[in-house]
Design a protein around this ligand. Structure first.
Ligand SMILES: Nc1ncnc2c1ncn2[C@@H]1O[C@H](COP(=O)(O)OP(=O)(O)OP(=O)(O)O)[C@@H](O)[C@H]1O
Ligand SMILES: [Mg+2]
Length: 508
């Protein structure tokens, strides 16, 4: 088989006999793609076939495993009759079975290596989306980030952001004067959203060690690309976290990778399952950003494949950039479904041999309408294609199999323990403590100034000095401590000494 392409399967003639091999050219792997189809029509297996193909060609892959069944890519497939038959139907000879090298990741750290990002890497735009903030609240969050920047406060985890927000609420007036409206209620609203996020797993996700992009771009010693499989079954219950996370990853890739022009194969391919979650209710600003990233990431050698039930799930502007398309069967019972099928059919370059609309509704399981970018990057005429059987297992790994692979993974030990280095939370806490001490010391100083700072007076049992005589509040600890020092020294030297100890106290 050619090594400049991934074998997808074989197209069928109108009489349903073998026509020709269909493949995806590796050099157009960064021109993105789309896998669509109703439930149970073969999307995940097609994704697996593509991921296996890229991996074999030395291209690392990142994909989300929504139902757990993609994990089978990490195990050798079995020679089942229906698979052997299909291999023969598509003239896949030899039909080699085998496992792909995988790294399992899991935001919750349960079914894979923990995957983390820092708050500052996530940035205010994505965080606002994650917390579903209003525009006004987003503005406040932007200011918070700016302040953290200016004051050298590292935002790594949730408690850093919490601490920063508390600090900002306290300084609301001063900050508003400098940056515009920051009200206590708006900060409070963000804090509440942050609490919700915390309960949804944010505490695990935000922190260090944060994911290094290089770790999802690994190739093995045998030259195969590693397949990063993100366990997403639990993650899916929080669609916003799921989509924001993947979006973050995409923008990280975009920002960190250098331009490569048009490589002979992608540097990384990214599969975005349940893509509609990305676009559902996404605010305009975010959509624009997704479109931009998808358009521009191509020149960084990164291919993005979206997987969804219907092409209409993907906004027009993004859809237009997806060069390689694999459309599994869709139903067309209701008028709405018929419209969707029509829209899907219209995205293909028609084949005179069949009606695209009808074909989409008649496809068998594991069969798809396929159009890939051919020479010069022109979409090929659509072909009704029987997809090849994968080399790995169809269906999930057992938890033992998974654990074995996790233990043996090349990133084992790199991410498993969370570290908590000094960042905004710790610094603000220190600052708060310092300020408290200072304030107390100052109070103590003032207290003593009322007694004129005169040693004889202090030693003489607190008789009123020049401005003395007012009743005093309770002694603070610092105040008491200072006085006891003064007492014990009991000389004019004592005063200088005390002042030295409480250096920052200087009253002028
Ligand atoms: N290329 C293929 N070769 C052999 N069998 C296939 C192929 N594609 C699909 N199948 C069969 O069809 C079943 C369903 O496919 P798959 O799980 O990929 O569907 P799906 O579209 O991902 O469904 P869902 O939307 O429910 O996730 C597979 O378990 C497998 O038995
Ligand atoms: Mg599936």
């Amino acid at each position: 088989m050619a090594d400049d392409s991934i074998f997808l399967g074989a197209s069928r003639k109108p009489d349903n006999t073998y026509q020709q091999a269909e493949s995806l050219l590796l050099k157009f792997g960064n021109r993105h793609g789309l896998i669509t189809g109703a439930t149970g029509t073969g999307k995940t297996v097609t994704l697996q076939v593509l991921a296996e193909g890229f991996s074999k060609a030395g291209v690392p892959v990142f994909c989300a495993d929504i139902k757990g069944d993609l994990s089978g890519i990490g195990a050798k497939g079995e020679e089942k009759d229906f698979l052997v038959k299909r291999a023969a139907d598509v003239k896949l000879d030899p039909y080699e079975l085998g496992a792909s090298p995988v790294i399992f990741w899991d935001i919750f750290g349960e079914q894979g290596h923990p995957i983390r990002a820092t708050i500052s890497e996530m940035g205010p735009l994505l965080l606002s989306r994650l917390m579903n903030l209003t525009e006004a609240q987003e503005g406040v969050l932007n200011i918070a980030f700016k302040i953290a920047d200016e004051e050298g406060l590292l935002l790594l985890d949730m408690k850093d952001l919490q601490a920063l927000l508390v600090n900002i609420a306290e300084r609301a007036e001063e900050i508003s004067a400098r940056y515009g409206n920051v009200t206590k209620p708006s900060v409070g609203a963000i804090q509440r959203s942050l609490l919700v996020l915390e309960q949804q797993g944010g505490t695990k996700f935000f922190g260090e060690p944060a994911l290094k992009i290089a770790d999802i771009m690994r190739t093995g010693t045998d030259g195969r690309g590693l397949v990063s499989v993100l366990t997403a079954d639990k993650l899916m219950m929080n669609p916003r976290l799921y989509s924001t996370f993947l979006l973050w990853l995409l923008s990280e890739l975009f920002e960190e990778l250098p331009e490569v022009g048009d490589p002979d194969k992608p540097r990384l391919v990214f599969f975005f399952d349940e893509a509609h979650l990305l676009f559902n209710e996404a605010p305009k600003a975010l959509l624009t950003r997704v479109e931009q990233v998808v358009r521009l990431i191509r020149s960084k050698g990164v291919g993005v494949f979206f997987i969804s039930q219907n092409p209409l799930d993907v906004p027009e502007t993004v859809l237009a950039q997806l060069g390689n398309r694999l459309q599994h069967a869709l139903r067309a019972y209701t008028p709405r479904e018929q419209n969707a099928v029509k829209a899907a059919a219209d995205t293909f370059r028609a084949n005179p041999d069949f009606n695209t609309f009808e074909a989409i509704t008649n496809l068998a399981t594991g069969e798809a309408l396929v159009s890939t970018l051919a020479d010069k990057g022109v979409p090929s005429v659509v072909q009704r294609t029987l997809i090849r059987p994968p080399a790995g297992r169809i269906g999930p790994l057992t938890s033992d199999e998974r654990q074995t692979l996790i233990n043996a993974s090349p990133v084992a030990g790199l991410y498993d323990e969370m570290v908590d280095r000094e960042s905004a939370y710790e610094l603000l806490q220190k600052k708060a403590e310092q300020m408290k001490t200072e304030a107390e010391a100052k109070q103590a100083g003032e207290a003593d100034s009322t007694s004129g700072w005169s040693l004889p007076d202090i030693l003489g049992g607190g008789k009123s000095g020049p401005r003395g005589g007012q009743p005093r509040g309770r002694q603070t600890v610092a105040e008491a401590a200072m006085k006891s020092v003064v007492r014990s020294v009991g000389s004019s030297l004592g005063r200088a000494l005390v002042r030295g100890i409480l250096g920052s106290l200087s009253r002028r």
